[in-house]
Design a binder for this molecule. Structure first.
Ligand SMILES: [Zn+2]
Ligand SMILES: [Zn+2]
Length: 834
């Protein structure tokens, strides 16, 4: 009953592909040590690029074991249906893994549809492709055939001699189309069995192909010609029809056909019951029993020693063989043709109907009624985008584990769930597909869920955590996020809406921070930046450097000290004063505040900036002790200062960590050689860039730097990277860029956080920043244009209709301030001392 010769057109080809080097390579694998483990399959997949030349030296393949046994069965005497058959979901029909179904028997393996990713799922879930001999396709659509070319290559590489493709008439054309990127595939026989060959039988079952024509095709066949390009309900273009004399038409590219498959398992003879046979006196255990068993299992009565034995006495009943149907109804257009189709009516009730149909189809009354016409014993399996299952579990697993190492480089994966659409309410026994869900047809009809993979993120994390040294290594790698610099205030002169005044938090380690300058509102910036963990942040600050006595650099210190005291108390930590490095005038101010306003001196251990200059003598023992303590506390090798060219007692500072990095902070200054000297080869220079290029005179007047001057200092210093800050508030959102910007320069924003690993990225942020603030840049450039024009004309007087801008200093030639700023006059006065 099993041997059916197929009038198939066999086509063989070899796949080759272009590599990135443009060379043609075959997909063929050079090794064929098949198939005791999964590894040959893996190897096949990983050695796809084996050079074409290797093919010549390839060893002849062994005949696959299952092929051998099939041959033996064909020659054998006792032919019987398979003992185990089940259908298993591969792709559940989600957007990323289209519907595909694997059917298993001990004799044959089948695949219904083979979209992209099907092979990958089969490999992951150990559904051996090597055993596949039949691939059924419900429709010529990329969703169904996207993975077919790759699958065929794998089958060839694993030594499968022949594969039969059944379904839509275009399959042959598809196979020909693949040849565009392949050569002859002599090692695998590829047969196409179009739907016109209605029935196919093998060791396991008989499969009937049922063509279903969409309504538009039927209309056409009823001589209502469709326009040559017509949109289906799903938006597909209908094919061009070729008209043939006699009124028949042939579609060259015809989406109006789907093929359904009705699969009927062969009957399985009952089992011979040995104990019963013994009781009845049959010669169990002797040679005589063989013919008796054969006859009984065939349903014949036998007579032994004068006694007639009926088969039902010693055999379980014959299983007539359940049927299952696989049907795709891609759109409403096919609902009616499917529902009225004679062969899909329910005379021979199927145990299972597999619906590859979208929710919109399931919701139609007609389709529902069709489903309801099956008996209540029929189970319905639904594969469509409305499923909720994880297919690629291993990929999720490794990503979850890698994510522990770096959440941005290895972001978490997502699942595509279309749960917005409600599921159709079905009044039949129905199950939504999940990856690897099984429906067993034999020996016992039942759903089996034990193979469905679980995707337990917590379990994956736990498993990774158990790997020796893993968490330690992660911890060490995470430590590399230090140092980081948080820019708390990047504007000059006075606090304004976009940029607050000077404040830079350097987080040296997870437990230690240094604050460079502390303008008014620095604590508020910390609150907004760190939220509820602001107390922890304050508790980590052990050292504050104040560059000079201008208000925009130090008037936030007192609240920082008070809030830090509160934070330490809240956290239950012992209070300790901060090490305050600043000009000696700082002490005068704190003393006076302490004497007349509030107790404050207990909060600080003062180290005058000048004692940290190169070559300075530290006379006081207490100061020496403070310096040693602050270095030790923050793991610093050196904390150095140098006088800069700004106001009296203005200093820059340099922090050198024990691990070698060096961070230099300019404070406010004109271009300064002492700074270059102190910061030679620094890792990071934070330099003020108060004014734009072209305002050099104003910069000299106010003793600040222009953008290009700041960059120039960094280049002279050979700093690995330069961050600009302290921008005049006239550049509220973004400073004006100059020609001197290069790949070692970044600009700072309030609340920006940088790590040393970010240096390569920072310059690349500039084009999008320019795009975001194009309007502001345009206005500033216009202003600059007008200014240059005035300078050219020698016009010094300010134009009457323009308001004066408060700026870093007092004169503000031609400079403007945004008119909506309310604190103009106050600001102007205070700015004189910045
Ligand atoms: Zn200043
Ligand atoms: Zn300043």
């Amino acid at each position: 009953m099993t041997k059916v010769s197929l009038p198939c057109k066999s086509i063989a080809w070899l796949f080759v592909r272009h590599t990135s080097t443009g060379r043609l390579q075959s997909f063929a694998c050079s090794e064929h040590r098949f198939p005791r483990t999964i590894f040959p399959f893996l190897r096949t997949m990983s050695t796809n690029t084996t050079d074409n030349q290797n093919r010549g030296s390839k060893k002849p393949k062994e005949t696959l074991r299952h092929v051998k046994s099939r041959e033996q069965r064909k020659r054998g005497v006792d032919v019987h249906g398979p003992a185990t058959v089940y259908a298993q979901v591969v792709g559940a029909g989600s957007r990323d893994n289209g519907a595909s179904l694997y059917v298993f028997s001990e004799f044959n393996r089948y695949l219904f549809n083979c979209g992209e990713g099907t092979q990958r799922l089969m490999q992951e879930h150990k559904l051996k492709a090597a055993r596949l001999d039949n691939i059924f396709l419900t429709r010529m659509s990329w969703e169904n055939v996207g993975g077919l070319s790759g699958m065929i290559l794998t089958l060839k590489d694993t030594g499968v001699p022949e594969v039969v493709l059944s379904g839509p008439p275009q399959l042959e054309k598809y196979v020909n189309a693949i040849r565009v990127f392949s050569g002859p595939l002599e090692e695998i026989k590829l047969a196409v069995r179009p739907y016109t060959e209605k029935q196919y039988t093998d060791d396991t079952m008989t499969v009937s192909q049922i063509p279903i024509f969409g309504e538009s095709m039927q209309r056409y066949q009823g001589h209502q010609c469709p326009s040559s390009r017509m949109l289906s309900s799903k938006g597909h273009h209908f094919s061009h029809f070729i008209f043939i004399s006699g009124g028949k038409a042939r579609a060259t590219r015809d989406p109006s056909l789907v093929v359904a498959f009705v699969c009927k398992l062969h009957p399985k003879k009952g089992n011979f019951l040995v104990a019963q046979a013994k009781n009845l006196g049959l010669p169990v255990g002797t040679a005589a029993i063989g013919p008796l068993i054969a006859a009984l299992k065939d349903g014949k009565s036998v007579t032994y020693e004068g006694r007639e034995i009926h088969p039902e006495e010693v055999c379980t009943p014959t299983d007539p063989g359940p049927a299952f149907i696989v049907v795709e109804c891609p759109s409403e257009e096919f609902v009616q043709p499917i529902c009225i189709h004679q062969q899909l009516r329910t005379e021979d009730p199927a145990a299972l109907v597999v619906h590859m149909s979208p929710e919109s189809v399931l919701k139609t009354d007609e389709y529902k009624q069709w489903m309801e016409r099956f008996p209540s014993t029929t189970e319905h399996l639904i594969l469509n985008e409305q499923v909720c299952t994880v297919h690629n579990v291993r990929s999720h697993k490794i990503q979850t584990q890698l994510n522990l190492i770096h959440p941005e480089i290895f972001p978490e994966l997502h699942s595509v769930h279309l749960l917005k659409e409600t599921q159709a309410a079905l009044h039949v026994p129905s199950v939504r597909a999940e990856c690897l869900l099984k429906f067993q047809l034999r020996p016992k009809i039942e759903w089996q869920r034990d193979a469905i993979p679980s995707c337990d993120t917590e379990e994956f994390v736990k498993e990774a955590a158990e790997a020796p040294n893993f968490l330690q290594e992660v911890e060490e790698w995470r430590a590399e996020k230090y140092p980081e610099v948080v820019f708390l205030g990047t504007g000059s002169a006075l606090p304004m809406k976009i940029r607050n005044v000077s404040g830079n938090l350097v987080n040296i380690s997870a437990t230690q921070s240094v604050l460079l300058d502390c303008g008014e509102g620095t604590f508020g910036q910390l609150c907004r930046h760190y939220g509820d963990s602001v107390d922890e942040t304050l508790a980590k600050i052990s050292t504050v450097f104040i560059s000079h006595m201008h208000a925009d650099h130090h008037t936030g210190l007192l609240s920082l000290l008070f809030q830090r005291e509160r934070a330490l108390a809240t956290l239950g930590k012992a209070f300790s004063p901060i090490y305050l490095i600043g000009p000696v005038q700082m002490m005068t101010w704190l003393n006076q505040y302490h004497d007349h306003c509030e107790e404050i001196l207990s909060h600080v251990n003062i180290v005058p900036s000048k004692v940290l200059c190169e070559g300075a003598e530290v006379s006081k023992f207490k100061t020496k002790a403070f310096i040693q303590a602050l270095l030790k506390k923050s793991d610093l090798a050196k904390f150095q200062t140098c006088p800069v060219r700004h106001c009296k007692n203005a200093f820059a500072c340099s922090i050198t960590h024990q691990s070698g990095w060096q961070l230099v902070f300019s404070g406010d200054t004109m271009p300064c050689d002492a700074l270059v000297h102190m910061g030679k080869n620094a890792t990071l220079l934070i330099h003020e860039a108060t004014l734009e290029d072209g305002l050099e005179d104003e910069a000299v007047e106010k003793r600040h730097s222009t953008t290009s001057q700041a960059i120039g200092i960094g280049m002279k210093m050979n700093a690995e990277f330069i961050m600009l800050n302290h921008f005049s508030q006239r550049y509220a959102k973004i400073p004006l860029f100059s020609e001197d910007f290069n790949d070692r320069v970044g600009i700072s924003f309030d609340h920006m956080r940088i790590r040393f690993g970010d240096f390569r990225i920072l310059p690349r942020l500039i084009p999008p920043l320019k795009a975001l603030f194009a309007e502001e840049i345009g206005e500033m450039e216009e202003r600059r244009g007008r200014r240059e024009l005035k300078q050219m004309k020698g016009v010094i007087a300010e134009s009457n209709e323009e308001q004066r801008i408060p700026n870093e200093g007092e004169t503000g030639k031609g400079a403007k301030r945004e008119p909506e700023e309310p604190t103009q006059d106050v600001g102007r006065k205070r700015l004189k001392t910045n």
